[in-house]
Design a protein around this ligand. Structure first.
Ligand code: NAD
Ligand code: UDP
Length: 309
């Protein structure tokens, strides 16, 4: 049995990861400051004797015995990561430094939840890992995307200087049950609006694209990367189906039988025009294949939100 630390374990992806790691027979320590995560997300795991929860902010150091560290702590939706942008930078930079120091001390392997945002508003399409990105250093998104870029830099430098065993996963837009209701991300917003028959708010003209990955596929890719020897990434993981935001809105209206109308609102600054992962490396190194089509994943997510809304 391994002891595995999951920072951000009470968040959307983190709660699914904790659940899967417990199912696989590990002892899981969830560390979270509950900024965007909630106790409700992990309520169903609390009776498991192999599950521990610690309220802690990763900007402060922590010392724990652990074999593996999944570093997911960081608000992921633009409204939340921009709420306190300075704190977001600290979480990304000081937070990962604390985790890398812990990994150094305990000889744990550490996986960083990086993001497609490291490619910024990409000038090549689809995005391959070799692409260095197109990021505005002073824009509203920079606290998140530059923070995540420095986190990758720190990962590589701890690996080179201190021989820390690292894994870097670049996560593309992921959705599913337990996304926060007030998250502001497109999938949760559109589903909630559709279920309430409220206007569906498209930012811009809806021609921007994203590729949506169901959380189970993402978590499987993440665990495979963590457990594989001899490959540290960075590697893209997501789903390579690409949809415009307008197509997504229409799909959700259809799947919910909603009476909602589509309305158009201003596009936030630095909103990427297109995004789709090139999954060649993940297929080769991780034998990874997304298995859940967006319509099926949305249907499952809609069932979840029906219980919440
Ligand atoms: P989330 O906001 O639901 O989860 C983040 C969790 O981290 C929350 O539980 C929050 O309370 C916790 N947290 C935030 N700051 C913290 C701090 N300083 N100390 C301790 N805990 C802290 O977001 P998510 O969608 O589950 O994302 C998880 C990770 O995956 C994030 O690192 C995010 O950047 C990355 N990611 C997510 C997506 C996506 O589409 N969901 C895409 C790319 C990358
Ligand atoms: N978006 C939208 N309406 C919403 C929320 C988001 O049109 O209610 C758009 C947003 O401008 C972006 C896309 O949907 O172009 C994805 O947004 P999200 O915040 O989910 O993820 P990210 O922009 O970080 O990929």
């Amino acid at each position: 049995m391994e002891t595995i630390l999951v920072t951000g374990g009470a968040g959307f992806i983190g709660s699914h990861l904790c659940e899967k790691l417990l199912e696989q027979g590990n002892h899981v320590i969830c560390v979270d400051n509950f900024f965007t995560g909630s106790m409700k997300n992990i309520e169903h795991l609390r009776d498991n004797k192999d599950f521990e929860v610690i309220r802690h902010d990763i900007v402060e150091p922590i010392l724990l015995e652990t074999d593996k560290i999944y570093n997911l702590a960081c608000p992921a939706s633009p409204i939340h990561y921009q709420f306190n942008a300075i704190k977001t930078v600290k979480t990304n930079v000081i937070g990962i430094t604390n985790m890398l120091d812990l990994a150094s001390e305990t000889k744990a392997r550490v996986l960083q939840a990086s993001t497609s945002e490291v490619y910024g508003d990409p000038l090549i399409h689809p995005q391959k890992e070799e692409y260095w990105g197109n990021v505005n250093t002073i824009g509203l998104r920079s606290c998140y995307d530059e923070g995540k870029r420095v986190a990758e830099t720190l990962m590589m430098n701890y690996h080179r200087q201190h021989n820390v065993d690292i894994r870097i996963i670049r996560i593309f837009n992921t959705y599913g049950p337990r996304m926060a209701e007030n998250d502001g991300r497109v999938v949760s917003n559109f589903i909630i609006q559709a279920l309430k028959n409220q206007d569906i708010t498209i930012y811009g003209d809806g021609s921007q694209t994203r590729s949506f990955c169901y959380v189970d596929d993402l978590v499987r890719g993440m665990i495979t990367l963590m457990n594989k020897d001899g490959f540290m990434g960075p590697v893209n993981v997501g789903n390579d189906g690409e949809y415009t935001i307008l197509e997504l809105a229409k799909m959700i209206i259809e799947l919910t039988n909603s009476k909602s109308k589509i309305v158009f609102k201003p596009l936030p600054s630095d909103d990427p025009c297109k995004r789709r992962p090139d999954l060649t490396l993940a297929r080769k190194e991780l034998n990874y294949e997304p298995t859940i089509h967006v319509r099926d994943g949305l249907a499952r997510t809609i069932e979840y939100f029906k219980t919440v809304v």
